[in-house]
Ligand binder design. Structure first.
Ligand SMILES: [Zn+2]
Length: 81
């Protein structure tokens, strides 16, 4: 391994790992924080934050599909897919 400068990303990751380890001890082994999806209300430990909203992976996929659908020109495109 080569030595190189630590990027801001790496530094923040290290910081998060440290915080997670700390929380780990404080909360008795639960480092994962659950968030509630702002769309379906489901509690998830894997989520995405879109424009300040918390979305579970399912709802995110839905939103993305909506957006892609809106961007598509109506009446255009093939049926393949
Ligand atoms: Zn959801």
């Amino acid at each position: 391994m080569q030595e190189r400068e630590e990027t801001a990303e790496e530094r923040s990751r290290r910081w998060m790992e440290r915080e997670a380890a700390k929380a780990d001890k404080e909360e008795g082994g639960r480092a994962v924080k659950k968030m509630r999806c702002s769309k379906c209300g489901k509690e998830v430990d894997e989520y995405l934050e879109i424009a300040g909203r918390i979305l579970c992976l399912e709802c995110y996929a839905e939103e993305e599909a909506d957006e892609l659908g809106a961007l598509e020109m109506p009446g255009e495109g093939g049926g393949a897919g």
